[in-house]
Design a protein around this ligand. Structure first.
Ligand code: HEM
Length: 131
């Protein structure tokens, strides 16, 4: 059970974690960690981090039921053919987990991770999401 219907009396996950500013700074801190990781940094060589960050903000906003719609490419298209393996994905998600744990309540951390986990199969091209 990962789907919780949004009820009018309950703030969205996006609102609970602090809205636009919180998501923006979360993405910034997260990407600083990813780029500081020697095993992940090479994947981002030559990629415009400004546009990646703004795309990621949009993505997280949409994934957390915030107001913005994601306007980027499908994740499978953006990641296909880059040689991203499960071990890279795991490190990436570990950085995300560390970033979230520093900032959010435990329940919110778990919910964000479970949302993001839905997209895992599109990143490595596998259909399972076991990481
Ligand atoms: C669940 C995990 C992930 C999510 C939700 C995610 C999300 C995204 C999003 C939204 C974009 C922007 C797509 C666009 O420009 O239209 C992107 C681009 C990118 N991602 Fe990921 N990503 C994930 C994992 C990874 C991992 C593990 C790596 C590498 C180790 C990676 C490397 C990249 C690169 C290099 C780009 C830039 C593509 C380009 O601009 O040409 N991503 N990702």
């Amino acid at each position: 059970m990962t789907d919780t219907p949004n009820r009018a009396d309950r703030p969205t996950l996006y609102e609970r974690i602090g809205g636009e500013q919180a998501v923006d700074s979360l993405v910034d801190v997260f990407y600083d960690r990813v780029l500081a990781d020697e095993q992940l940094r090479p994947f981002f060589a030559g990629v415009s981090m400004d546009s990646l960050r703004s795309m990621q903000r949009e993505f997280f906003c949409a994934a957390l039921d915030g107001p913005a719609h994601y306007t980027g490419r499908p994740l499978s298209e953006a990641h296909h053919g880059r040689g991203i393996e499960t071990r890279h994905l795991r490190r990436f998600l570990d950085h995300l987990l560390d970033t979230l744990e520093e900032r959010l309540a435990e329940d919110d951390v778990l919910e964000v991770i479970s949302r993001v986990n839905r997209y895992v199969g599109e990143i490595t091209g596998r259909s399972d999401s076991s990481g």
